[in-house]
Write a protein that binds this ligand. Structure first.
Ligand SMILES: Nc1nc2c(ncn2[C@@H]2O[C@H](COP(=O)(O)OP(=O)(O)OP(=O)(O)O)[C@@H](O)[C@H]2O)c(=O)[nH]1
Ligand SMILES: [Mg+2]
Length: 472
């Protein structure tokens, strides 16, 4: 049998919900003739075959154990029927709501394979939706973003793209460029016949200010990616400091649960622990580490703790943000050895912990806080979100209402379009001929077309959709 690939039109099926024990599961089927195929393994074939689009039919999936053996009941299900083109894929489709047992789903999928369905490839439903004009690429990608969103903020940004905000912006920019391109090409034609257009300069790029306007908007759009990526991928915050400073207490306080062991014995945390928490909508990977002790100091670490300290230092190098905890009740005297000598690029917070029992911090950039009472925690969270957002670049405000990018692919294409427009303007500045300028404009138009998928190749599409999950 030939290997299934994106682009064949055979009926496909896949479990669309997470595998495991659950009240219900959803198996999704799509492809011309799929309702007919299903009717062969359904207890009410006539009812199913005659069902209209967007209707639900109740019955039993039943299957042959072997060729010629009597039918056996697999599960009681509801089948939602979709008629082309009114479905997610644009094809005829059926969603089977079944019971969520692992064995049930496996048995149902076996029966569907026997009936003539093949297992779908990752993202194949979305791929078909795209091919049938149901979704452009920005919306298809936002579907996957939605599936993967880890915080409410991330979900909100993905939904904005799903609603078509990015597609609208990209289409509008592309539309403007196409107009300019058309005018440029018209000038080329007129030049050939030695005519000039009324109201336009005889030489130079027509609509130059409009090109500059589009370029400005492209740069703004490109600037949104840093923050969007922050909300999608999150950041690593490493909690470091001297033994007993209260690092694990802070870790627990930020998580809102007792995950890390806290004792009054210095050197309690020996191995590092990581957990994810949402801070201002940013999925923050928070690492609690072994306390940093100077070499040769009293009460020096044993071998296990030394390895832990080494790991702390490695984590600090990878950190997007460092939370350096100081035991305010002991003051700064012990921290001189532990504080890094050269400032890194990651934002570095000096936290004056145990503020409930400690004197005020010395003047400087110390943030007073008590991991025990929670004093100063809200301020810390605000400061963390603010620092990470600033580090990710501009575009926060814009991404709240305006269009924002959702994938690295989109960012690369926006950059490509912007570079082509810069080149367009450079050529125009140098007074180059329109014959040379027009291809640059065309390059920008094509890059924007690739974002929405109007310009695409089978290879590009396969790369994009193969990153999706099966059943989507
Ligand atoms: N009063 C007061 N005590 C605190 C505070 N934070 C932590 N402690 C206490 O300080 C001691 C050490 O706390 P930990 O959170 O285990 O400190 P750590 O930095 O993780 O220590 P190591 O894992 O040994 O490096 C415990 O007895 C905590 O109860 C605070 O804000 N106020
Ligand atoms: Mg600890």
């Amino acid at each position: 049998m030939p290997k299934p690939c994106y682009g064949d039109e055979n009926p496909i099926a896949a479990l669309a919900t997470a595998p495991g024990e659950s009240a219900l599961a959803l198996i999704r089927c799509s492809g011309a003739g799929c309702v007919e195929l299903l009717s062969k393994v359904f207890s009410r074939p006539v009812k199913l075959r005659s069902a209209g689009g967007n209707s639900v039919v109740h019955g039993w999936i039943q299957g042959p154990r072997n060729e010629g053996s009597p039918l056996f009941l697999v599960d009681e299900v509801l089948i939602s029927v979709y008629r082309a083109p009114r479905s997610y894929t644009g094809e005829e489709g059926a969603d089977i709501s079944c019971h969520g047992g692992i064995a049930t789903v496996r048995a149902l999928m076996d029966v569907l394979r026997t009936a003539g369905f093949r297992d779908s490839l990752p993202g194949e439903f979305s791929f078909r939706g795209f091919m049938n004009g149901k979704l452009d690429l920005t919306r298809s990608e936002s579907v996957m973003e939605l599936v993967q969103a880890r915080t409410d903020e991330g979900r909100r940004h993905a939904v904005a793209r799903l609603s078509g905000r990015l597609r609208e912006e990209v289409s509008a920019l592309k539309g403007s460029l196409l107009e300019i391109l058309a005018e440029t090409e018209l000038h080329l034609d007129y030049d050939e016949t030695e005519l000039s257009l009324p109201g336009e300069a005889e030489e130079g790029l027509p609509g130059r200010e409009r090109v500059e306007g589009v370029l400005k908007r492209l740069r703004t759009l490109a600037g949104t990616w840093g923050r969007e990526r922050l909300y999608q991928e999150g950041a690593l915050a490493v909690i470091a400091g001297r033994p007993n400073a209260g690092k694990s207490s802070l870790f627990n306080a930020l998580l809102g649960e007792d995950r890390s062991i806290v004792t009054e014995i210095p050197g309690t945390t020996r191995d590092w622990i990581e957990a994810t928490v949402s801070i201002g909508g940013i999925p923050l990977r928070l690492a609690d580490t072994a306390g940093l002790r100077g070499a040769g100091e009293s009460g020096a670490a044993d071998q296990v703790e030394r390895i832990g300290i080494q790991k702390s230092r490695e984590l600090l190098e990878q950190a997007d943000l460092v939370l350096y905890v100081i035991d305010g009740s002991r003051g700064l005297r012990d921290d001189k050895d532990a504080l890094p000598t050269a400032p890194g690029t990651a934002p570095f917070f000096l936290l004056w912990n145990k503020a409930d029992i400690a004197p005020d911090p010395p003047p400087g950039a110390f943030l007073p806080l008590s991991a025990k009472t929670g004093q100063g925690l809200a301020e810390l969270c605000g400061a963390i979100a603010g620092a990470l957002e600033r580090r990710a670049g501009p575009g926060g405000e814009l991404s709240r209402d305006g269009a924002a990018l959702g994938t690295e692919r989109q960012k690369e294409l926006v950059d490509r379009a912007a570079a082509a427009l810069e080149e367009t303007l450079n050529l125009a500045n140098r007074g180059e001929a329109l014959e040379l300028i027009a291809p640059c404009l065309r390059e920008a138009v094509d890059a924007l077309g690739e974002i929405t998928g109007e310009v695409s190749t089978a290879e590009i599409l396969e790369t994009i959709f193969s990153k999706f999950c099966v059943g989507k």
